[in-house]
Design a protein around this ligand. Structure first.
Ligand code: NAP
Length: 487
């Protein structure tokens, strides 16, 4: 069941968002504590279509109700009296008050600071209370917390509702059908989430299609930190839908690569994209490496093959394909099918993307120069690729460059005001390729374009590497036309 939380100040807005949310949700949660005039909530029961859950929380319980306890209990009792389907009552409400409130009660336990280790015991103790349902919502400070929440069991006859708050907890909301949780919650109004990390009901249903998740649904996702900016969930859920795959793709914000085995085991993970900062550190947790990924020394794709996880790299081929496809026609050699052979390429960065791109550019015969903020890593990569190393401070001090490639994260959200290369040092004959794809037009590309340079957006690479990942996971060939609009 998907429940839409309505956290509006006015009755009119609550009606507006309640009607909108009805398209996506099975149940409406009316947060009386957000209403300017909570006593008018019966109007919502008349004007909106149920079923309803009614909730009224104080600031200590994560809500906005500033009236007295007596007023709050009276509101909840009135809701129960009006036969709303569920009345949410916080565990701090004394048992005798809960008895007076009556109705079908959801006894809810919140922890806004952490996910305690003894939650299973807490749930089992709550089973002794005279309530109908038990709800547990805790803040996740790590992906491991979310996985612990997903393991919780009712431990008694009363059904449970489990939610992880914050970005790490998102998977508990998206994959609740892979847990014992009876329902999940989303915001009715995307701009007014009622809990940290609460997605909108529209997103839950139309982007993630969580209503279709069942025990057989295969789980995929992107492993990284940060991952909130990633367009991959949007792309892959769209492709899974287009190609009729019973699969879901979710963001896994992961701090440490060593969490991978637990994640893979709990969710029976079928595949994953790997992004910053795990492209190299994830390797020890895989069973095998595809030879090309091994040569590059970085993995951006994990594929489940029977009971083993194999690492691949689709960035390298995608980088070169993007450059070749977007290379300015008037600068192709007469006979040259391979526009990079013999070209001078200055590569900024020495992380996972630079390793992949650098390997591919060298294979295409480019004369490669590598520069990196941290000299040691840059020198090491240059040596591996038989390329020249340029100190970061000296990166503008070059003879002609045919192609400038940004493989640093400079220019990516939230660093979109920064550029890794001053545009006034660019020559208009230099093609500029920025691997950063959020935003699609980075400051580097905008300024390079103003200098008259031909530019190639990171989206060109991103879409190509995604299609290769999709093929590895599903054995289906998707085309660029199958992708949803990226921006
Ligand atoms: P990574 O392994 O973490 O490497 C980050 C690189 O950026 C390192 O070379 C790092 O230098 C450099 N860097 C970070 N902050 C910097 C700063 N303030 N000044 C100068 N250099 C800085 O990340 P990655 O996986 O290689 O990804 C790099 C970028 O490429 C990201 O924006 C990512 O989204 C993008 N990317 C795009 C695609 C695509 O399909 N379009 C695919 C892969 C990656 P140090 O060594 O000094 O730390």
């Amino acid at each position: 069941m998907i429940c839409a939380t309505i956290a509006e100040e006015t009755i009119d807005d609550a009606i507006k968002w309640g009607r909108e949310a009805r398209k996506w949700a099975d149940l409406l949660e009316l947060r009386l504590d957000y209403l300017d005039e909570p006593g008018r909530f019966p109007t919502l029961l008349e004007r909106l279509k149920g079923p309803f859950m009614v909730t009224c929380r104080t600031p200590e319980q994560g809500g906005e109700f500033h009236g007295s306890d007596g007023e709050r209990f009276r509101l909840l009792a009135e809701a129960a009296n009006r036969q709303v389907d569920y009345v949410d009552v916080d565990v701090t409400v004394p048992a005798e008050e809960r008895e007076t409130i009556g109705g079908t009660q959801v006894l809810s336990y919140h922890n806004f600071d952490e996910t305690p280790e003894d939650l299973q015991e807490t749930i089992e103790n709550l089973q002794d209370e005279d309530v109908d349902y038990i709800k547990v919502a805790t803040r996740c400070t790590d992906l491991g917390d979310a996985l612990s929440l997903m393991d919780l069991k009712p431990g008694g006859t009363r059904p449970i509702i489990v939610l992880g708050m914050g970005e790490f907890g998102l998977i508990t909301r998206l994959l609740y059908r892979k847990t014992h949780s009876l329902m999940t919650f989303g915001a009715a109004n995307p701009t007014r989430p009622a809990a940290p990390g609460q997605p909108s009901v529209e997103e839950l249903r139309s982007e993630y299609r969580i209503h279709q998740v069942d025990q057989a649904t295969e789980v995929y996702g992107v492993i990284g930190d940060p991952v909130a900016h990633s367009r991959s969930p949007y792309i892959f859920n769209h492709l899974f839908d287009q190609f009729d795959q019973n699969a879901i793709y979710v963001p896994f914000r992961m701090l440490r690569s060593e969490t991978l085995p637990r994640l893979a085991d709990r969710l029976d993970l079928q595949g994953a994209s790997v992004t910053i900062p795990h492209k190299r550190t994830v390797i020890p947790y895989l069973h095998t490496l595809n030879p090309y990924a091994e040569k590059i020394g970085a993995v951006n794709t994990i594929v489940r093959i029977e009971d083993r996880y194999e690492g691949y790299n689709t960035d390298a081929r995608a980088a070169i394909d993007a450059v070749i496809a977007c290379w300015p026609e008037n600068r192709l050699d007469a006979e040259g099918e391979d526009p990079l052979a013999g070209k001078r390429v200055l590569l900024l960065g020495a992380g996972g993307a630079a390793r992949a791109g650098g390997t591919a550019f060298r294979q295409a015969g480019a004369d490669l120069l590598i520069t990196n903020r941290t000299e040691e890593t840059g020198r090491e990569l240059a040596e591996n690729l038989d390329a020249a190393f340029v100190r970061w401070e000296d990166r503008t001090d070059r003879d002609h460059i045919d192609l400038l490639v940004n493989a640093t994260s400079v220019g990516m959200e939230p660093m979109e005001d920064m550029t890794p290369f001053p545009a006034d040092e660019l020559n208009e004959d230099t093609v500029v390729f920025d691997m950063v794809y959020t935003p699609p037009e980075t400051r580097l590309l905008r300024e390079a374009s103003e200098q008259g340079c031909h530019t190639i957006s990171g989206e060109e690479m991103f879409s190509r590497q995604a299609l290769k990942q999709f093929k590895l996971w599903t054995d289906e060939y998707a085309n660029r036309e199958d992708l949803p609009p990226l921006s």
